[in-house]
Design a protein. Structure first.
Length: 197
C-alpha cells in the first residue's frame, strides 16, 4: 500500500493551518543533507551541492587558467588562459620593446638589458655630468688624446686641416693660420698699388 502524506491541514471552520500544495521546493533545489517536505507533504532530503549563487559572475574561460575549472552563471567553466610560467626577455637596443604574451605569469620572469650592453654602461664610457641608467659618467673627453698644434699658410682655396695621423696625432690642440700678406706701393698714376698674397 502506498504511503500517504498530508500537504494541507484545514480546521472544520475552514481555517487553514498548513498548506504545502503551492510550494515549489524539490530535492535538487534543497541543500544537500537538509530535510523538508515537498508540495505533496512527502519528506525530501536535499541533493543540491551548490554553495553560492554564480548567476552574476562575470568570469570567462579566457580569464581562468588552462585546465582549471570554476563556476559562473550556473555552469562549470574550464579555463583556456595559457600558463606562461616565467617569461624572460633581453633588451639589446634603446628602442626595443619587450612584448609580454597574454596569459598567466608566475612572477619569476624578468626583463633585463643584455650583458654585452650592460658591459658598455660604465663610468669611463659616459661623459662627466651625465648619468645613464644610474651610472654616473667620469669621462672627461680627453682620454687617449694625442694633440697636435699646426700652422697653416693661407690660400685663396678652401683647406681641410686635420691631425697628422701617420705621426700618431688624433686631435688638434690649435691651428694657426698666418695672415695673408698685403703690400702697398706707389704707382706712376700717383696712387697706390695693393698686392695681396
Amino acid at each position: 500500500m502506498a504511503e500517504e502524506f498530508n500537504s494541507k491541514v484545514v480546521l472544520k471552520d475552514g481555517t487553514v493551518l498548513m498548506d504545502l500544495t503551492a510550494d515549489t521546493i524539490t530535492a535538487d533545489k534543497l541543500a544537500q543533507g537538509v530535510t523538508a517536505h515537498d508540495k505533496s507533504g512527502a519528506p525530501i532530503t536535499g541533493t543540491n551541492t551548490f554553495d553560492s549563487d554564480t548567476s552574476e559572475d562575470t568570469a570567462a574561460v579566457g580569464e581562468i587558467l588552462s585546465g582549471k575549472t570554476a563556476h559562473a552563471r550556473g555552469v562549470q567553466l574550464t579555463g583556456t588562459m595559457p600558463n606562461n610560467g616565467g617569461i624572460n626577455g633581453t633588451i639589446t637596443t634603446k628602442e626595443q620593446e619587450l612584448t609580454i604574451p597574454q596569459g598567466y605569469h608566475d612572477g619569476s620572469g624578468k626583463a633585463t638589458i643584455a650583458e654585452a650592453e650592460q658591459a658598455k654602461i660604465i663610468p669611463a664610457n659616459i661623459r662627466q655630468g651625465v648619468t645613464v641608467l644610474g651610472v654616473e659618467g667620469e669621462m672627461s673627453g680627453s682620454e687617449d688624446v694625442n694633440a697636435q698644434a699646426k700652422s697653416v699658410a693661407p690660400t685663396f682655396a678652401e683647406q681641410s686641416v686635420t691631425p697628422d695621423t701617420d705621426d700618431g696625432y688624433n686631435y688638434l690642440s690649435a691651428v694657426t693660420v698666418a695672415a695673408i700678406p698685403v703690400t702697398y706701393t706707389d704707382n706712376a698714376a700717383g696712387g697706390k698699388t695693393v698686392t695681396i698674397g
